[in-house]
Design a protein. Structure first.
Length: 422
């Protein structure tokens, strides 16, 4: 009996040791998953972080750290309701108050409900190189880019790429922001980095090639970038047209025309393809053949100054003179408006809180067929001044033309109230 008792004790002891080891291994595994989730977030791999945290939360639902990280992942994936729920849990479980406060501000910024106090707090943290400055930069860059605060957006992308140098998203967005801010050298550098990190992605090749073509980089260099990408994606229209531009500059006109014709077989109304076809014919000194391409392109893009100018040049060779004069007048009006728009947007970068400038930019865009951009400018003016009379008058006029008389009346009433003497 004593022997049996000793055996039972030994078995129990071994079971206890096994249980302890199992619990230790389980804890170690969850700790490892949390570290892996943090690393995935640092790499902007939100999907991977979400999978890892689901496992961690299942084992540790009452962990403030897990709930906080789940809130951050939910916010970054766009699930704001889940983000708020997890953040409330993290606060209940006693997670770091400063971290909770910061994530609250990021949620506000992402939902366009950022208070003045939180806006100041986030920018202060960004400028002081806060440990979470990457996450602050990620949110503020979109906010600042959308509101045309370009110097702030450039600064945010600088922080983001410094903190996450292997983030393709960060470099790609920095390229876009720097291009809009007319920082062409920095834009090219950023798009080169995005391409280096993801060389198989045609979107990065297109973005880089477009900037290089604008910068008048030697066509052989740009073609060397485009050729393998087009070989891997032969149906990519944008890559084909970019290579066609290179071939024109290399004076390989037959190759350029073959690329353009390939695109036009798939997309007969491709405006850039028609423009390039006309350009090739003009280079061959065949204005009569160029005329039909330019006319069709102008029908598709009636407010494109480069197209209008090419059509004007072609008509000066072929006639009729009256049409050439009419196109010249359209070109002059369009160019004057777009020059004024460029001047206005430069002024907005200096004075981003000026609703008048934003309304003027909207008017210029809408007058030249840039519907989406024009409405975005008008919307941004109303965000600064909800009663901005010139903007409401523009919107009233648009609503009237669209047949929405009720909406037109509402906009006019707001404009009239805003300008009524007090």
């Amino acid at each position: 009996m004593r022997r049996i008792g000793r055996i039972v004790l030994v078995v129990a002891a071994l079971a206890g040791i096994g249980l302890g080891i199992g619990m230790f291994v389980g804890d170690w595994r969850i700790d490892s998953r949390i570290r892996e989730a943090e690393a995935a977030l640092d790499a902007d791999d939100v999907d991977c972080a979400q999978v890892l945290l689901l496992e961690a939360e299942a084992r540790r639902p009452e962990s403030g750290q897990v709930q906080f990280l789940a809130a951050r992942v939910a916010r970054m994936s766009g699930d704001i309701a889940a983000a708020r729920k997890h953040l409330a849990n993290a606060k209940r479980l006693g997670w770091v108050p400063e971290a909770i406060d910061l994530e609250t501000g990021l949620i506000q910024a992402q939902t366009d409900s950022l208070s003045v106090e939180y806006d100041y707090h986030l920018r202060k943290c960004l400028n002081e190189d806060h440990p979470d400055s990457k996450y602050i930069a990620q949110v503020l860059v979109y906010r600042d880019f959308a509101s045309f605060r370009l110097s702030d957006a450039v600064r945010a992308t600088e922080v983001w790429t410094t903190r996450a140098p292997k983030s393709v998203k960060a470099w790609s967005l920095r390229g876009e922001v720097c291009e809009r801010a007319r920082l062409r050298k920095q834009a090219i550098e950023a798009q080169r980095k995005a391409h280096e990190l993801e060389p198989e992605n045609p979107a990065h090749v297109q973005a880089l090639a477009r900037l290089l073509l604008i910068a008048k980089v030697p066509p052989d260099e740009v073609a060397a970038l485009l050729e393998p990408a087009l070989g891997a994606a032969p149906k990519n229209v944008e890559l084909g047209l970019q290579l066609a531009q290179c071939r024109i500059e290399q004076n390989r006109l037959d190759d350029a025309m073959a690329l353009v014709d390939t695109v036009l077989k798939r997309k007969p109304d491709s405006l850039p393809a028609l423009q390039l076809k006309g350009k090739i014919e003009l280079t061959r000194d065949r204005p009569e053949q160029a005329l039909s391409s330019f006319r069709r392109a102008v029908e598709l893009g009636p407010f494109e100054p480069d197209l209008l100018y090419m059509l004007m040049q072609t008509l000066n060779h072929t006639g009729p003179p009256a049409e050439a004069t009419a196109i010249e007048e359209r070109w002059k009006r369009c160019k004057a408006d777009l020059d004024k728009l460029a001047e206005t947007t430069r002024a907005i970068t200096i004075d981003p809180g000026n609703a008048d400038l934003r309304s003027q930019a909207g008017e210029l865009c809408l007058r030249n067929g840039l519907e989406t951009e024009g409405l975005r400018w008008l919307d941004s003016a109303l965000k600064l001044d909800p009663n901005h009379a010139p903007t409401h008058r523009q919107l009233a006029e648009r609503a009237e033309k669209a047949g929405d008389h009720g909406k037109a009346v509402r906009h006019r009433e707001i404009a009239d109230r805003a300008t009524r003497p007090r």
